[in-house]
Unconditional design. Structure first.
Ligand SMILES: C[S@@+](CC[C@H](N)C(=O)[O-])C[C@H]1O[C@@H](n2cnc3c(N)ncnc32)[C@H](O)[C@@H]1O
Ligand code: SF4
Length: 390
């Protein structure tokens, strides 16, 4: 038995996440590890560093077969297609790659980036996720985006002509957004979607420009009740149009789910390469959580000096594994397997807490015996997880 199968008695696959940390401008709501640089980025130097960090993680997790690769950001569509190809080659040089591997790249829908999509396909990408965010120019400006709605739909059209699989992201619960307006916008979006949509409720993240504006009274976002109504609209409209939620923010035709993100949510194993990437590797000595240096230039210098950018390696305790498993798995509509929780955490979930939450209709049992959050429960998911993990 390999160390991996000893840790994971089910087939979650093995994912590789690659983080490209640069953006053309910083969006006022975003707290991802994304940086704007005015001097050109030396892509060849980054490729050499990615190669070394991929080799380092392959030493920690050898012999895996990669089932999914995700190039996320930041804005990976700022990379030249040749850079993407070289990174994918480095993955294939260090691990076996499944014949049906899913390779997703996040792209911003400007015309410049749309023009590169064909090149990405030639480099080995087979799925794109476009950050459309809103279907009208007024809200795109308010979100600080660099593209127009027309440009975004043109990019979606190019994606549809180049890839069999594509998705796009929208942000809802924007200032003044009503359920009626959101339903109409969502229906328009679904008209352009094929199999998958990511629909994120706007979150005011600490340290962002939106937080400063909100605190100064210059940005008013929907309150909890209004946000709940918008969430309900999201679920209803998507379900009615054949794209049911499979995760709190993600909707797909059955079978078209993002397999990479399922690796995270099903608490599988993944490498994480690049500035600020995270990994969870199942080794002979336990499940490791790796974090890498956040600042791109510091990450680069560290990799060049030491062969990797890893700043922290934590051997996760059974309790932490149980907590992470719940935090990730309860986001999924399919729910979580309690026996797996017990195997990871070394304890059972408190049946009284489950009963209390079930009485409040916040959780329920699935026909196959899993525990899942109900539709009413999803708007208070964090509180449910905290309650069950306590
Ligand atoms: C980190 S971005 C990367 C993709 C790409 N750079 C873009 O902006 O389109 C991934 C997605 O996270 C979502 N997102 C980022 N910050 C958010 C926030 N504060 N609230 C809700 N969604 C957010 C956006 O929908 C975005 O498309
Ligand atoms: S939302 Fe996307 S484009 Fe905007 S700053 Fe964040 S990562 Fe960059």
């Amino acid at each position: 038995m390999t160390p991996m199968s000893a840790q994971l008695p089910f087939d979650a696959g093995f994912g590789v996440y690659i983080h490209w940390p640069f953006c053309a401008s910083k969006c006022p709501y975003c707290d991802f590890n994304s940086h704007v640089r005015h001097a050109p980025v030396d892509e060849a130097r980054y490729v050499a560093a990615f190669r070394r960090e991929i080799a380092h993680q392959a030493e920690l997790a050898p012999g895996r077969t990669v089932s999914t690769i995700f190039l996320g950001g930041g804005t990976p569509s700022l990379m030249r297609p040749g850079t993407v190809g070289a990174i994918l080659d480095a993955v294939a040089a260090n691990w076996a790659v499944a014949p049906d591997v899913e390779v997703t790249l996040e792209a911003n829908p400007t015309s410049v980036e749309a023009a590169r999509l064909r090149g990405y396909r030639a480099a080995g990408v087979n799925r794109v996720s476009l950050g459309v965010q809103a279907m009208n120019d007024r809200d795109l400006v308010a979100l600080g985006r660099l593209h127009s709605a027309e440009e975004a739909m043109a990019a979606v059209k190019v994606a549809a002509s180049v890839f069999d699989r594509y998705s796009f992201d929208l942000i809802y619960a924007r200032p003044d957004q009503t359920p009626g307006a959101w339903a109409a916008e969502l229906k328009e979006a679904i008209g352009h979607a094929a199999e998958h949509l990511s629909l994120y409720q706007l979150t005011i993240e600490p340290g962002t420009m939106f937080e400063r504006l909100r605190d100064a009274g210059k940005l008013v976002v929907p309150d909890a009740d209004a946000a709940r109504a918008l969430y309900e609209t999201t679920r209803e409209v998507c379900e009615a149009h054949g794209l049911p939620a499979y995760e709190i923010s993600n909707h797909a035709r059955p079978g078209a789910e993002c397999r990479h993100n399922l690796v995270y949510w099903r608490y599988g194993e993944y490498a994480g390469v690049g500035p600020g990437a995270h990994a969870r590797l199942a080794t002979a000595t336990g499940r490791l959580a790796l974090s890498t240096e956040l600042v791109p230039e510091n990450w680069l210098a560290k990799v060049e000096a030491e062969g990797h950018g890893v700043t922290e390696v934590e051997r996760l305790s059974p309790e932490s594994q149980g907590d992470e498993f719940l935090l990730m798995g309860l986001r999924l509509v399919e729910g979580v397997d309690q026996a797996r929780y017990e195997a990871l955490a070394g304890r059972t979930l408190d049946p009284r807490r489950i009963d209390d939450l079930a009485r409040e209709r916040l959780v329920e049992r699935t026909p196959d015996g899993k525990l899942r959050v109900t539709r009413e429960g999803f708007p208070v998911l964090d509180a449910i997880v905290a309650d069950l993990a306590a």
